[in-house]
Design a protein around this ligand. Structure first.
Ligand code: BG6
Ligand code: MG
Length: 219
């Protein structure tokens, strides 16, 4: 076990509900329908443009490309307004301690997010320097569940995928990690993240060593 690749939204920071709030506002104010929290599960880990396509299909609405572009931009403006109000308190439980212990144990750390807002968010909450590599929405051409984001992370770190562990809150993200040939830790509910190697509600009171004993008992 030589590297950890972390998703951002819903794993490191509590931004998954900001994405939902901003999309819901767009659906309510511009599209004339509502989106449930359950439907929102299917948007986690999905790129901005693909998310809008899924929302439109869900509501049976079709739009021309110019309007779609304008709505995706509007959603992002609302999302950024919410994100800018964030404080370090929005860092999820146990993350700071887990990252510090990971570094102390000599395990490499990468970010693997499809968000184009990833870097400014990490800067905003003051943990950009915790990462040895950052792969975000500006560096990839295929969103999750494609493994590209995690394979690029492993490559940039110089670590074989079989020695990597992915931390994800999204079904599409767990799928991406598995397709990359990596072990996966689901952050959320076991009933939702059924394919993950293990699932925890958060990383509070958990250590890289405990994880190694579960995922790589032979090492
Ligand atoms: C993912 C989120 O991390 O990033 C998705 O789970 C989001 O909900 C995607 O759509 C793209 O984010 P952004 O910030 O580029 O719109
Ligand atoms: Mg996520």
């Amino acid at each position: 076990m030589q590297a950890f690749l972390f998703d951002l939204d819903g794993v490191i920071v509590d931004t998954a509900h900001f994405h939902y709030q901003a999309w819901r506002r767009l659906a309510n104010e511009k599209l004339g329908f509502d989106i449930s929290e359950e439907f929102n599960e299917s948007l986690k880990g999905i790129s901005r443009t693909e998310s809008l396509d899924r929302i439109l299909a869900h509501g049976g609405v079709s739009l021309d490309d110019v309007t779609k572009e304008a709505y995706a931009t509007l959603k992002n403006q609302w999302y950024v307004e919410l994100v800018n109000q964030m404080t370090p308190a929005d860092i999820l439980p146990g993350i700071i301690e887990f990252l510090a212990q990971t570094r102390a144990d000599g395990i490499k750390i990468a970010l693997g997010s499809v968000s184009k807002n990833a870097k400014p968010i990490l800067e905003h909450i003051g943990i950009l320097s915790a990462f040895d590599a950052i792969i975000d929405g500006t560096k990839i051409s295929k969103g999750k569940p494609d493994p590209e984001v995690f394979l690029k992370g492993a490559e940039e770190l110089g670590i074989s995928p079989s020695e990597c562990v992915v931390f994800e809150d999204a079904v599409a993200g767990i799928e991406a990690g598995l397709r990359a040939g990596m072990k996966t830790v689901g952050i959320g509910q076991a009933e939702v993240l059924t394919k993950a190697d293990i699932v925890r509600s958060d990383l509070n009171n958990f250590t890289p060593n405990e994880l190694k004993n579960i995922l790589f008992p032979e090492q």
